[in-house]
Write a protein that binds this ligand. Structure first.
Ligand SMILES: Nc1ncnc2c1ncn2[C@@H]1O[C@H](COP(=O)(O)OP(=O)(O)O)[C@@H](O)[C@H]1O
Ligand SMILES: [Mg+2]
Length: 506
């Protein structure tokens, strides 16, 4: 056993139990996945190993010895490396400078720096990890930056490498590359702990897997000995049925028709350059893309929250010269926004009040300017039951609810209005599997009821699961359309990276 963490406890102020008596054993040379939902305690456990946090109790054995790690410096000395979810690179420095950052200052000495470059090149060749040592970090893609982080760990000398959700920022192609790279590293004797919440990756890359739930250890197993279903059950504590039942959509009725839409971002730069598409009744059109390619501005523009330009826009058969809240209201518009806490909800308000946002001055919630509390509470009670929101009292402030339950409130409020056009942006970001499944079912139900749904998401799995058609957005433009077949995922990944697919596949 290379590493053994025994009965690790960590409680944060406010009595947040991050890890509760968690034990983890990692064998020399294996790829060990740490699987769990958001908030399960994966990052905290690994940050304890890396010396970022001190455990309240528990013991760590490494290479047969009990060790105490008080800071990352200690873990680095023990040849433990970690690639965090948010990279710790200095954007304005070069690759080489970042790799030796904090070690010594050889850039004062050209000869020394040449040696550094030489070693980086050698490491690159040895592990198939090529990055130009002279490139500035800010000029590199996210995938390349991640490779720099890995190189940095290897350069210092690492026997145990921890990666925290490394694929969450990557395209499918980059993900495949990374998983291959990790296999190669493990074959050369490196031990790897790979944090993820995606089952697919567990089966693609790991030898063994440990599942955490709510800060507790659920179990460890050989990956070859387990199944998707079992791991899912371990992860959420019950059966999961993520395959969605759906009928084919063949409506010809255009609900939203957009031609030549343009929008600028907060810096005034053109973020949506020239976008045209239709969404039909009874249809979910998914927009896939790496975040930051104009999706946010497109959504805000369609919701009337920022000014946009277009050649022509029709909603429910009416041509709109301008998108205004009033227009949207009249037409029947529902919006599940990307920024749930900033836009979807008013956090200091109660759950009940959040259910009537946008309607608080109309009957039956308001009568001659007075809020009708009984009506408001009844309405909330109804929706809480109908949409299984977990809350003990609808008068409770919504800020006290979990992310998943907050999202259920937004979904319940918007869908209860039975919109003709539903705009959905990142509907399940940061929420648990149970709530995700629920949100998916509700969106599909709304589509089956006849709504036109525009779904924007950076989660490809999500886009493919829900959409009837998939559009790919890159640098402010829609660069292609594909049917939501599994086999197309790879192609979409190429398009998301701005590749000309025909060339690439030829
Ligand atoms: N620095 C912190 N202060 C307080 N609570 C924290 C801190 N870091 C994590 N937590 C809490 O500990 C729990 C586990 O978090 P984390 O390990 O980040 O989960 P994940 O499995 O998603 O990586 C969560 O409830 C989180 O809110
Ligand atoms: Mg985490």
């Amino acid at each position: 056993m290379l590493l053994s963490m025994e009965k690790i406890n960590k409680i944060f102020p406010g009595n947040v139990v991050a890890t509760n008596n968690v034990s983890l054993e990692v064998r020399q040379g294996e790829i060990h996945c740490l699987l769990g939902e958001n908030g399960a305690g994966k990052t905290v456990l690994m940050n304890i190993l890396y010396g970022m946090y001190q455990p309240d109790s528990g013991q760590i054995y490494y290479k047969g010895q009990p060790i105490s790690i008080h800071s990352p410096k200690d873990s680095i000395e023990n040849r433990i490396g970690m690639v965090h979810q948010h990279f710790m690179l200095v954007e304005t420095l070069t690759v080489a400078e970042n790799i030796i950052l904090g070690q010594w200052k050889p850039w004062k000495n050209l000869k020394e720096m040449e040696k550094v470059h030489e070693r980086i090149k050698n490491l690159g060749e040895e592990y198939g990890l090529f990055v130009n040592p002279n490139a500035l970090i800010r000029e590199l893609s996210v995938g390349e930056q991640q490779r720099v982080e890995i190189l940095k760990a290897l350069y210092r000398g690492t026997d145990l490498l921890i990666l925290d959700e490394p694929t969450s920022v990557l395209t499918p192609q980059e993900t495949v590359q990374l998983l291959n790279l990790l296999r190669g590293l493990a074959d050369k004797g490196l031990t790897i702990i790979f944090i993820t919440h995606k089952f697919e990756e567990v089966f693609q890359v790991s030898d063994r897997v440990t599942v955490l739930r709510d800060g507790q250890l659920v179990g460890t197993t050989d990956t070859a000995q387990t199944t998707f279903g079992e791991l899912a059950k371990w992860m959420v504590g019950r059966e999961v049925f993520m395959d969605l039942d759906r009928s084919k959509s063949n409506s010809k009725e255009v609900v939203l028709s957009v031609r030549g839409l343009q929008a600028t971002d907060e810096r005034g730069l053109l973020a949506v350059k020239d976008v045209s598409f239709d969404v039909h009744a009874n249809e979910i059109v998914g927009i896939a893309g790496v975040s930051g390619n104009g999706q946010t501005e497109l959504a805000l523009g369609l919701a009337g929250l920022i000014e946009i330009k277009y050649d022509r826009l029709e909603l429910c058969g009416q041509e709109l010269k301008k998108i205004t809240a009033k227009n949207l209201d009249r037409i029947g518009f529902g919006h599940i926004p990307e920024d749930r806490q900033g836009m979807g909800l008013i956090l200091p308000f109660s759950v009940a009040e959040n259910f009537i946002l946008g309607e608080y001055n109309s009957e039956p919630y308001s009568h001659y300017g007075f809020l009708q509390n009984r009506q408001i509470i009844n309405h909330a009670q109804l929706l809480v039951n109908k949409f299984s929101v977990r809350v003990s009292n609808v008068k409770e402030e919504i800020t006290n609810l979990s992310g998943g339950n907050q999202q259920k409130v937004v979904v319940a409020r918007e869908l209860n209005r039975n919109p003709n056009f539903l705009l959905v942006n990142q509907p399940t970001r940061g929420i648990d599997i149970g709530a995700t499944e629920f949100v998916y079912q509700q969106i599909l139900k709304q589509r089956d009821a006849g709504s036109a749904v525009l779904l924007i998401s950076t989660d490809l799995e999500e886009v493919f699961k829900l959409s009837d058609r998939v559009l790919v957005m890159f640098e402010g433009q829609i660069i292609g359309e594909v049917p939501p077949d599994r086999e197309q995922i790879f192609k979409v990944g190429l398009m998301m990276a701005g590749k000309q697919v025909e060339e690439e596949l030829a």
